[in-house]
Design a protein around this ligand. Sequence first.
Ligand code: ZN
Length: 454
Amino acid sequence: MGDLKIGLEIHGYLNMTNTKKLFCNCKIVHEAEPNTNICPICTSQPGSKPMLPNKEAVEKIIAVGLMLGCKINNKLLFQRKHYSWPDLPSGYQRTMSGSFGLPVGVNGDFLGIGIEEVHLEEDPARWDPLTGNVDYNRSGFPLVEIVTKPDFKSAEEVKHWLKTLLTTLSYIRAVDKKAGIKSDVNVSIAPRYVRTEVKNVNSISNIVKAINYEEQRQRREHKNIQQTRTYDDNSGETIFMRSKETAQDYMFIPEPDLPVIKVDEGLVKEIASKLPEKPSEKYKKYLCLGIDEVDAKTISSELVLAELFEKVIKEINPVFASRWFRRDVIAAINDNNMDYDDVNIDVSYLIDWFLLLEKKEVSPVVLKELLSKFIKENFNIKEYVKQHSLESVSDDLELKKLCQEAIKEKQAAVDDFKKGNEKALNAVVGQVMAKTKGKATPDKVNRIIKELIK
Ligand SMILES: [Zn+2]
């Protein structure tokens, strides 16, 4: 161990608000009837020329570069990367990487891992080798590629880093999460560090498996050569494809149909000024407020959640709020099968919910149910509580009467409790909670019952 070097080339689909392809006006739709979102440009018809690159795609990539600590180049250049494959009727892919590359971002650092470059390229079509059919719908989808330096030392390190990377990119909604990522994984071991590239590994768990397999294979086969391999999902093995291609094999030339794109310094500053805090920064900030590590990690993993939380803690104690946020706010969102982006609630009502909880004006059981309804429907929680008389039963006499009834009804549990089984009392408390329809405070019921059976 300690003699492993791993580098990644990560590809993801850009999440485009204008839903247009990179060099034409065709729509980006991931699940569509084959060949329904195409035109002469994205199918490379003779005589067709690309439109200027989609401005939003360029701006998104600049934002990605900035989030990863890159220097942003003031000139960008697309090149033609030539190769012959049925998914590429023109015989070349337009990309910013390669021999004459002027990528968007260079020399970054993200959590201690060097970022070689961040750039933009177009997706080729989808070829089905079994039928020979080609679907051009995805030809020209804008892709982000993030190339790291070979700074990773283990598969575990790659796993954690990738998870944080995806969370960070989700903060700027840069990558289409549903479409997932693909990565080329470079693995080499000491002393010769002969580079092997495993192409197109399609999930974090498969990336981990591919790295582990490669490490063992290279330790076993001493005469490793520079090569390109593929990962087989079924066997969990990597398989030899070809000896490694070089830049010369791709015959890069600058794309003659596109001008050099100038990136104005003002634009970079404007994009930088709109970037959110990174998840890692939020995490540290929460720890400084005294919030538990797990709570801080969970809340900072989703921007919607983090932003909501930060508004709530302007009025509510952060540590108190964080516990309920991590468990119950998330549970309420999940119960309704909602995406975080669909949560559209009035923060002042949510703050009311926390105040009711804090002052114990409504029992936690009732409040939890209410939260699940509120997250979906967004209503004035205080008024709802009044209208439906959901305030806690705090009238001691009434509660005492209900406790006495419950003790009679659950005599066996009371006897068990007296014999030393602490948990037996839960059945009696539960009986009272049911009688009040959850409107009593369990702590208080517990106390009264103990008084009564003393
Ligand atoms: Zn098109």
